[in-house]
Design a protein around this ligand. Structure first.
Ligand code: ACO
Length: 321
């Protein structure tokens, strides 16, 4: 059977890391409050010259190097972001040009924090139906540029970064590697709980992030546990088969509550929220790359990826590495 197989991962972070204590110099907050409520200790914030496209390009180059794939072989780039460099064209086309693999397919996907799962689902479908042989799937964000730095309830939660994977369509055995099942959902009734209060067609401005954190938290735990179970069932697997969970890194308490609901031991959950905070669409591929590079995730491991974000949108994918 033809599956989309993960050939390599990469990530990139802005140079500047900002600790909770540093943030507390300009925002009415404290390291104690942020750590206790979220598990976040530090985040990277993009500086001058660092954009969603530059971070995405760096992450893509690292993923290509890890995969041993030349950029010229890439026929499809799907980039998930809520913070594009420009309203149009798609940031994926900027990355394509920077990598020098012009001529293939390149477009962005907007599903905010679950954007990487949506991008993965779309790229997987396109590879398996022969639209391209090799793809780059990227999650990249500069959320710091759409935060209201006067709103302590949101600005302490997010960070900037990018993660990327190289996928290749390959003939594999039933028990071989590749994306086994992906499940995606959206419920547009919850726009008001998490959104950006601007846009080209409404205010004509970019807008800032607005969130009712407590309600989002409640929905996140229920939706994430359900969709994880759904993706596993789609692959004919159970939580007991899982080697690693790579969740969207929004809040350490959401990670704990979700894994408890599924009976997954916390030592199987990859956690980077402490050093990256919530990097929206970048968070899943960033965490995946961290755990691949530090040797935790190995070839043959069963990994489940999951995320939820504005919309609401949510999704999960079961992947044999
Ligand atoms: N520093 C100090 N105090 C703060 C801060 C801060 N940064 N932010 C809020 N507070 C105060 C509030 O003003 C409030 O004070 P009050 O009781 O005097 O009114 C108090 O802390 C409690 O505020 P809540 O918002 O009720 O705190 P809660 O325990 O719900 O924690 C949090 C807030 C961390 C945002 C939590 O609700 C959460 O993590 N929700 C999930 C949201 C999320 O992660 N969204 C990301 C996108 S969606 C996703 O990725 C799943």
């Amino acid at each position: 059977m033809i599956r989309s197989v993960v050939k390599g991962t990469g990530s990139a972070l802005p140079a500047r890391a900002v600790s909770n204590d540093e943030l507390a110099k300009t925002v009415d907050t404290s390291d104690e409050w942020i750590v206790e409520r979220t598990g976040i200790r530090s985040r990277h914030i993009a500086g001058e010259g660092e954009t969603t496209a530059t971070l995405a390009t760096e992450a893509a180059r690292r993923a290509l190097a890890a995969a041993g794939v030349d950029a010229s072989e890439i026929g499809l780039i799907v980039l998930a972001t809520a913070t594009p460099d420009q309203t149009f064209p798609a940031t994926a086309t900027i990355v394509q040009d920077a990598l020098g693999c012009n001529g293939g397919i390149a477009f962005d996907v907007a599903a905010v924090c679950s954007g990487f799962l949506y991008a993965l689902g779309v790229a997987d479908s396109m590879l398996r139906t022969g639209a391209a042989r090799k793809a780059l799937v990227i999650g990249a964000e500069t959320f710091s540029r759409i935060l209201d730095w006067e709103d302590r309830a949101t600005c302490v939660l997010f960070g900037d970064g990018a993660g990327a994977i190289v996928l290749a369509a390959e003939e594999v055995a039933e028990d071989g590697p590749g994306i086994l099942a992906t499940r995606l959902h959206a419920d547009g009734a919850h726009n008001a709980l998490l959104n950006v209060d601007g846009g080209p067609s409404t205010t004509g401005t970019v807008g800032k992030v607005r969130m009712k954190g407590r309600e989002v938290f409640r929905h996140a735990v229920v939706n994430l546990a359900e969709v994880l179970a759904e993706a596993l069932a789609g692959a004919g697997l159970t939580p007991a088969d899982v080697d690693w969970v790579v969740p969207h890194q929004a809040n350490a308490r959401i990670l704990d509550a979700t894994s408890r609901k599924l009976g997954l031991p916390p030592e199987k959950v990859v956690v980077t929220v402490d050093r990256h905070a919530n990097t929206s669409a970048a968070s899943v591929p960033l965490a995946l790359d961290v755990a691949v590079r530090d040797g935790r995730i190995k070839p043959g491991d069963l990994v489940v990826l999951e995320a939820m974000g504005g919309g609401f949108t949510w999704g999960a994918s079961a992947v044999r590495m």
